[in-house]
Design a protein around this ligand. Structure first.
Ligand code: PAD
Ligand code: ZN
Ligand code: ZN
Length: 394
């Protein structure tokens, strides 16, 4: 029996308040309104940005720091998750780009295709992100599609994939090849694309160059793969967890450094090792101190530091002379990809085995085990945990 136009009851992991484990609840998911799409989520990755959001106590409107566009940290109660893949269940009025049955990846960075940023081939930050109420955990009409125990539940990053069903806007959905393994390509929804694109699009790594990647988690190793595929000849991996090194080498890291093994600051170690500094440095941790180290180890006259990690506290203290001598400091949001047009291509590259996405999945769990996925992340044991939904309750 069709569920279109009806409220769907399903399970979701609800974050009721900060610093508490997520709780598995039965929720109600309202039908999609105009220009919205309801998706049956099949699988979702667990990204460190979800963990940041779980531990953020200040609501977006009370924050004294600059809010990250589209990322609603601290909007409790909410349903987290932004690295999912699923099948369109139904669509609202006026939706023409997808139809029920299509395989899709929800996008936390929309692509309206019409604004100046979308029309610029070098800009992926769609202007709608600043005005679509995603930062407030709401749909564009300022309401939510989720309720639980009579309470309104907020969305997260416009995707909320820690639910068996979710509702997104039609500019926040990429239609992908239905032959794709959804329990693997879900990682294209955030971590993989972010790191890989930071090297390919944001840094535009040149063949023969020397790169350093700080943080060898899912995002960092995706950056490593991007550097490797772009032809970098030396890729140095930096992490304080030495257990990350073996796997990092399989992805293309040519040498590993643990800052704990050195008495000198890490940027000095790197400048010495590379005879003057690296061509490209990627910060994939979210620590402002490491962002500074990443900039400091860049070579004079063009060494480029790309900030990828999300830092929820602090600022990068940069002496102007560091920039005058030609170092470049830049950021990367979703790896510079335009979701609607580029995500399907990345998925095709996975199907063609040009990208070995399976290598990033270290654990596969059910929705009930979601808190274990966060424990594995915090213990440094997982590259990515993917939750595969059972859909046995409706
Ligand atoms: P992860 O927890 O899997 O990996 C982080 C890695 O950093 C781990 O291996 C840690 O051991 C290592 N680490 C921690 N502290 C240090 C330190 N002081 N020195 C060296 N290594 C350290 O996280 P992830 O790969 O899922 O995400 C990494 C960051 O990227 C995180 O901040 C996340 O919020 C951010 C992110 N940004 C975007 C974007 O669009 N810019 C998208 C997705 C994720
Ligand atoms: Zn993410
Ligand atoms: Zn746009």
């Amino acid at each position: 029996m069709s569920t279109a136009g009806k409220v769907i009851k399903c399970r979701a992991a609800v974050a009721w308040e900060a610093d508490k484990p997520l709780s598995i609840e039965e929720i109600e998911v309202a039908p999609p309104k105009a220009h919205e799409v309801r998706i049956k989520i099949v699988a979702t990755g667990v990204c460190h940005t979800d963990a940041h959001a779980m531990h953020c106590t200040a609501a977006p409107t009370d924050r004294d720091d600059i809010p990250l566009p589209g990322v609603n940290l601290g909007t409790f109660p909410m349903i987290l998750g932004h690295e999912g893949a699923g099948i369109v269940e139904s669509v609202g009025e006026g939706v023409t780009n997808v139809k029920p049955g299509d395989a899709v990846i929800p996008l936390w960075l929309p692509q309206c295709g019409k604004c100046e940023h979308c029309l610029d081939p070098n800009n992926n930050i769609c202007k709608t992100l600043s005005v679509n109420n995603q930062i407030l955990g709401l749909m564009p009409d300022k309401t939510t599609r989720f309720t639980c125990k009579g309470k309104q539940i907020f969305h997260f990053m416009g995707t909320s994939t820690f639910s068996e069903y979710t509702v997104v806007t039609d500019i926040s959905v990429a239609k992908i090849n239905s032959a794709a393994p959804l329990d693997k390509v879900c990682l294209i929804g955030c971590g993989f694309s972010t790191g890989y694109g930071a090297a390919i699009n944001s840094a535009k790594v040149k063949p023969g160059s020397t790169c350093v990647v700080f943080g060898l988690g899912g995002v960092g190793l995706s950056a490593v793969l991007g550097c490797k595929n772009a032809g970098a000849s030396r890729i140095i991996g930096v992490d304080i967890n030495k257990d990350k090194f073996e796997k990092a080498k399989l992805f293309g890291v040519t040498e590993c450094i643990n800052p704990k093994d050195h008495s000198k600051p890490i940027h000095e170690v790197l400048i010495e090792k590379t005879n003057g500094g690296v061509d490209y440095a990627f910060e994939c941790i979210g620590n402002v101190g490491i962002m500074k180290s990443a900039l400091d180890c860049c070579r004079l006259g063009g060494g480029t530091c790309v900030v990828v990690g999300v830092a929820t506290v602090g600022t990068i203290a940069v002496h102007p002379f560091h920039m005058i001598v030609g170092r470049i400091l830049k950021g990367s949001f979703f790896g510079g990809w335009k979701g609607v047009t580029d995500v399907p291509k990345l998925v095709s590259d996975c199907i063609a085995k040009k990208i070995k996405i399976d290598d990033f999945v270290t654990f596969t769990l059910t929705l009930e085990k979601i808190n274990e996925a966060f424990d594995l992340m915090h213990a440094g044991k997982s590259l990515r945990t993917v939750l595969v939904y059972q859909h046995h309750q409706k």
